[in-house]
Design a protein around this ligand. Structure first.
Ligand SMILES: Cc1cc2nc3c(=O)[nH]c(=O)nc-3n(C[C@H](O)[C@H](O)[C@H](O)COP(=O)(O)OP(=O)(O)OC[C@H]3O[C@@H](n4cnc5c(N)ncnc54)[C@H](O)[C@@H]3O)c2cc1C
Length: 229
């Protein structure tokens, strides 16, 4: 193996960015390995049989509130504007998620929706984001009933299907990622910067790692390599 200054394990966002920074900023020779047969980690995408870019490990929508992160990655990709909006079928009715004031209007009779909206606004303020586990601690019976409705219709089925766990068994940070929104913003993410890399994620990683001081080896497990180091 050619001698290098640094070995980076894992060619997902973490490893690829570390490799790029070590090479470009610190002039280090870097070997980046990944045990999978490709770069990109979980964000890896590839053209399917019809030439449509597909995500092998689940869809990824780029979103961040950090101008620094956005500007950094913009060196390696152009962007396709994209904001994710989701409609879920709840009791036979299509309604926007994350649960917000529009969802309330879709699912409850007008007078009840209005009363609940006022309660939410008075309690949390417009545009606040309330984690479901926090809403379930409400002492107000109307809000508690709403919390129970949202918990059962939205969170319980979803987390059970996704992770095989109830919301309580998940880290609160995970359930807080999809809060109840006391506002009318129907977007799945509320971050300032949201988009898809114009040519896909794998192309972004290829640009990120396109540096003479970075060698990339895929299909190499660190634990298999370690005895040879
Ligand atoms: C289904 C799904 C949907 C997601 N959707 C989004 C989204 O919409 N937006 C968003 O911002 N984030 C999303 N994420 C999160 C995103 O995937 C992660 O934040 C990101 O991939 C983390 O990058 P990472 O480099 O830390 O880890 P990873 O992408 O997991 O990369 C780690 C790499 O290390 C390699 N590796 C591990 N052990 C070894 C070893 N011993 N030897 C060699 N290589 C090794 C692995 O093969 C892997 O390729 C989603 C995640 C999943 C699973």
């Amino acid at each position: 193996m050619e001698s290098v200054d640094c070995l980076v394990v894992g060619a997902g966002f973490s490893g690829a960015v570390i490799a790029e920074r070590l090479a470009r900023l610190h002039q280090r020779k870097v070997l980046l390995i990944d045990r999978r047969e490709h770069i990109g980690g979980n964000a890896y995408d590839y053209p399917d049989a019809l030439g449509i870019l597909a995500h092998r490990y689940g869809p990824h929508i780029f979103h961040t509130n950090s101008a620094r992160v956005w500007e950094y990655l913009s060196q390696f990709t152009a962007w396709r504007p994209y904001e994710h909006k989701v409609l879920a079928q709840i009791d036979g009715q299509l309604a926007p998620l994350p649960f917000n004031l529009n969802t309330l209007q879709c699912l409850f009779p007008e007078a009840q929706a209005e009363a609940l909206t006022q309660k939410l606004l008075n309690t949390y303020g417009y545009d606040s984001k309330v984690p479901i586990l926090k809403l379930r601690q409400q002492s107000d019976p109307m809000l508690l009933e709403l919390a129970q409705f949202v918990y059962e219709k939205v969170f319980l089925g979803y987390t059970t299907k996704m992770w095989g766990l109830t919301p309580e068994q998940l880290s609160p940070a995970v359930t807080a990622r999809v809060p109840v929104v006391v506002g009318h913003d129907d977007r799945y993410f509320q971050d300032t910067y949201q988009a898809m890399p114009a040519a896909g994620y794998t192309a972004l990683f290829e640009q990120l790692l396109d540096h003479p001081a970075i060698q990339v080896r895929t299909g190499v497990d660190f634990f298999a390599l370690r005895p040879k180091l």
